[in-house]
Design a protein around this ligand. Structure first.
Ligand code: HEM
Length: 108
């Protein structure tokens, strides 16, 4: 009888790490890409896209929810634009985790 071949633990771990890395990187690679000019077309609070750190977010539902502690008006001028600097200057980690829910793609 032929003895079953056993994989060394190191090889199995290496394969798991490889699979994990592929999953993590492909989730980012699978994101839709938008040019800044495409984002710029969504400049109304009823259809508001913004750029943050190279990613694109659709804030339309956030506007509808009226959830911003300072009100919608403060965000309005940033629809269609890159809000990275202003967002980083006025927010902590809790706001950042809320923002992640609205990610729709990344900048081409
Ligand atoms: C688009 C441009 C935006 C501007 C100009 C803006 C501005 C501000 C300002 C001035 C404050 C007060 C900071 C302070 O307490 O001194 C604030 C707080 C806050 N904003 Fe915004 N905001 C914007 C977008 C957003 C977005 C998209 C979210 C969430 C999806 C958000 C969530 C929050 C939260 C949760 C706070 C409370 C403080 C904190 O948790 O960091 N903001 N924002």
């Amino acid at each position: 009888m032929v003895a079953p071949r056993r994989w060394p633990a190191g090889a199995a771990l290496f394969l798991i790490a490889l699979l994990l890395a592929a999953c993590l990187s492909s989730s980012d690679a699978a994101l839709k890409k938008y040019k800044a000019a495409a984002v710029a077309k969504h400049k109304a609070p009823t259809n508001c896209w913004v750029i943050y750190n190279g990613y694109v977010y659709n804030l339309t539902k956030y506007f509808k929810s009226n959830a911003h502690p300072r009100g919608n008006a403060i965000m309005k001028p940033w629809c269609g634009k890159d809000m990275t600097r202003i967002f980083d200057a006025s927010h902590g980690s809790s706001a950042l985790s809320q923002l992640k829910k609205y990610r729709i793609g990344k900048l081409a």
